[in-house]
Design a protein around this ligand. Structure first.
Ligand code: FAD
Length: 284
């Protein structure tokens, strides 16, 4: 990512995902046209593990980069990739003038058996980082987990591999969503003690619908503090009330993070420009 963006106080970015139906691609373009007005430092676009939707990831990243004129960060997951398919994906992104990738391992897609997942060509995000570094001039971002990756035995072990990713040339991290800032601050202390000094973008997911808890949040393994579960209990049935309370919760989280000098705020927009705009306008 461009180093100059860290000259400002707090970097602002967000994430979108490719729509399932091809026909819905125009909806995401419309969302991006709206998010662009916030002048974000970058917008990331997710990648279906196992390669599903990978064409759409590249198409949307190209729209962000060339039509919105905002730096695009294209996610890439190792699961399902071989060296050939990785190199051709990098080539496609380069042709589309996309300069930044978020290198991820990915999780086992439903379509893959346990054996197929175990036999994957690239085992870890760090393997992707090595190949991308060796074959392109792309800037590379990676994922990190303030509450520890669910497969890690300990924070110490997880941080050892984060350090490996940083040493291999990753220029910043984006965190898994978290709802308790104290967990993030503890994590930051630990990674800085371990000698990881690259910027970390805090991933914030506004909870504006009760069903988000059953899907993205439970998959992420992130803990839900009592204050947030109380809000959900209070407004769960009231869609407008939930949206407002969830947005206010995210705003309070972001304000506190900025007061603590966070490098960047990365909003998991869920393809909704209105909530992202409300958060941006409240704090930036
Ligand atoms: P890794 O860095 O490989 O880590 C996975 C586990 O292996 C950890 O326990 C780690 O400690 C350990 N480990 C790491 N390196 C090594 C090593 N060299 N040797 C041994 N152990 C190691 N998924 C998608 O499918 N598509 C997306 O677009 C997507 N976007 C995401 C964006 C963000 C910001 C985040 C936080 C996650 C995203 N994910 C996405 C989910 C991600 O793919 C999963 O969390 C996955 O389980 C781990 O990916 P990783 O890149 O962190 O893996």
């Amino acid at each position: 990512m461009k180093k100059e963006m860290y000259n400002k106080k707090t970097v602002f970015s967000c994430e979108v995902f490719p729509p399932k139906r091809n026909d819905d691609i125009y909806d995401i373009f419309k969302t991006l046209d709206e998010i662009k007005l916030l002048n974000p430092d970058f917008i990331s676009v997710t990648y279906g593990a196992g390669g599903s939707n990978s064409k759409k990831t590249a198409t949307i990243a190209a729209y962000i980069q060339n039509i919105c004129e905002v730096d695009a960060l294209a996610h890439i997951t190792a699961v399902g990739l071989t060296e050939d398919s990785l190199l051709s994906l990098l080539d496609e992104l380069k042709q589309k003038r996309v300069q930044n990738v978020l290198a991820l391992r990915g999780d086992k897609p439903r379509s893959m058996t346990e054996e197929e997942f175990e036999a994957r060509y690239y085992r870890h995000a760090s393997d992707l980082v090595k190949v991308i570094k060796g074959n392109s001039d792309m800037s590379i971002v990676a994922a990190c987990y303030p509450e520890v990756h669910p497969e890690s035995a300990s924070m110490e072990e997880d941080i050892k591999y984060l350090k490996l990713k940083a040493d291999l040339g990753v220029d910043s991290f984006i965190t898994q969503m978290f709802f308790d800032n104290d967990l993030f601050y503890r994590f930051m202390d630990e990674i800085r003690k371990a000698g990881i000094d690259i910027p970390v973008h805090a991933g914030i997911m506004p909870i504006t619908k009760t069903n988000q808890l059953g899907t993205s949040v439970s998959l992420s393994g992130s803990s839900v503090p009592k204050k947030l579960s109380n809000l959900i209990a209070k407004y769960g049935e009231d869609a407008e009330g939930m949206k407002q309370a969830g947005t206010e919760y995210a705003i309070a989280q972001v304000e506190d993070l900025i007061a603590h000098g966070v490098d960047g705020i990365h909003i998991y927009s869920m393809n909704k420009s209105d909530v992202t705009t409300d958060i941006y306008n409240a704090v930036f």
